[in-house]
Design a protein around this ligand. Sequence first.
Ligand code: APR
Length: 309
Amino acid sequence: MHRKVTVVGAGHVGATLAQRVAERGHADVVLVDIVEGLPQGMALDMQESAPILGIDTRVIGTNGYEETAGSDIAVITAGVPRKPGMTRDDLLKTNQKIVASVTEQLAKHSPNTIIIVISNPLDAMAQLAKHVSGFPRQRVVGMAGVLDTARFRSFIALELDVSVKDVQAYVLGSHGDSMVPLVGNTTVGGVPVAELIPPKQLDAIVQRTREGGAEIVNYLKTGSAFYAPSAAGAQMVDAILMDKKRILPCSAYLDGEYGINGLFVGVPVKLGAAGVEQIIEVKLTREEQAGLARCADEVRQLVDLMGLS
Ligand code: APR
């Protein structure tokens, strides 16, 4: 029997992610959206590429949840972007309604699924998905760190003109200013990055990573990044589907780890068939620990605003 991956939201991130997962050929893909015809058309288009790519997986588009039943993994990308005049709180409330209703449907039709949240504000939406689904913490995880780390690694590889494969790095915490890049743990071919890039350039790379999302929005004007976010989501799907037990930075529910209780924050986790199989506690500098605590405070504020605490 084929495995099944559901992707909710057939927008830029969702459609690209569905394509990436379908093209790997490891699982059937169900694409869900509220816009009539959109997921059906995209899914059919992807399905018609299967003979060219030589893959035998099915891609189904739907406006309902019947077809999602029994999903191994469900990825939530549904939501609205921030529009002019909209405050962060307005966005939070709108996406809260969307993510809550999507989660409810997913949990109802696939009670054993593992949920990957991509909708923003990420950590808060992951917290909401856990709250609404009632799933254990192993089965709800958010995508942020893989993307931020990919941006950081890209900039370092470009700066040094080396393969991205040889750049090892971790970016913890949340997107944006509160992001915590572990510069001390970043190596290039085993050599600490601080020995290869002067402090000023390294600071500029860290800053560019923090503003990575905004840099793309400034170019695109009408939308936000989706190639790298969907690649990051697909890597997490792979880790779970193939039980790879990858160590990846993800938003996970902390229960005392890193001194944080009852909140989703970006930390390294072991991602395998059971979902978040382990929270990895790396030794942080005092500054990094304070940065992570700041992230937790920000997430708590949003969680309070949603009335979840
Ligand atoms: N159920 C299903 N789909 C929904 C719902 C819902 N209740 N509400 C909205 N959607 C769909 C929209 O119809 C749209 O097709 O979600 C899709 C969102 O797509 P885009 O606007 O293109 O947004 P995208 O760039 O894909 O980003 C999605 O991921 O990275 C985050 O910040 C980003 O929160 C955003 C999310």
